[in-house]
Design a protein around this ligand. Structure first.
Ligand code: ZN
Length: 204
């Protein structure tokens, strides 16, 4: 499987899910970029994660797992920021976007994975965002919204600079994330200091 298969599956999923296609149209300015693969420790966890996919997202999840060796995996945070468990069981890659496998100035499309029992502390970014849960689940919260589980096939949106966080439970979280607008090529930063490792026994 190649990244082209991931792109096809992501495009098909975007077309099928109203929350994704109404957030932004699929970009028509894509140019393939020959990015070198960049492995991440989370790949091994991803391949073995039994989290069940939404029916509509199964092909996307299968394509990502099969192409994992070819992806330019990234880890936004340092171990000091989020702890060892987090940086070893989380990773993402930019499929489409300003620095992605397929260049676009119109939209960022990322796959991101978090293993079981991780807490992503409150963070924010300029770009507007939609998280689509392709497989697994997570409990999301914001300043205004108490923690609530978002299941496979559902989504969570965040406004520009809206602080948000989540934790995973007994299964991992496999996502398709869209970023649009100013800051689309930027990064997220933690909004609260997090001096200690954040692994917790998440409750369901
Ligand atoms: Zn976000």
């Amino acid at each position: 499987m190649a990244l082209a298969d991931v792109l096809d599956a992501a495009k098909a999923l975007h077309a099928q899910v109203p929350a994704l296609r109404t957030f932004a149209p699929w970009p028509d300015d894509l140019v393939h970029q020959p990015l070198e693969p960049n492995p991440a420790p989370a790949m091994a966890h991803l391949r073995q994660d039994p989290a069940r996919a939404a029916a509509e997202a199964q092909a996307y999840v299968d394509a990502v797992k099969a192409a994992a060796d070819r992806c330019d995996w990234r880890i936004t945070y340092s171990q000091d920021e989020v702890g060892d468990a987090f940086v070893s069981r989380y990773a993402w890659f930019e499929l489409v976007g300003p620095t992605g496998h397929y260049h676009s100035d119109a939209l960022r499309v990322a796959f991101a994975y978090w293993g079981p029992h991780l807490t992503y502390p409150l963070h924010s970014h300029e770009a507007e965002e939609v998280y689509y849960v392709a497989a697994g689940r997570a409990a999301f919260w914001t300043d205004d919204q108490p923690a609530h589980w978002v299941e496979a096939g559902s989504h969570q949106t965040h406004a520009s600079y809206e602080p948000h966080g989540f934790r995973t439970g007994d299964e991992g979280l496999l996502t398709l994330i869209l970023w649009r607008g100013p800051g689309m090529g930027g990064r997220a930063t933690l909004t609260t200091p997090c001096p200690h490792p954040t692994e917790t026994g998440a409750q369901r």
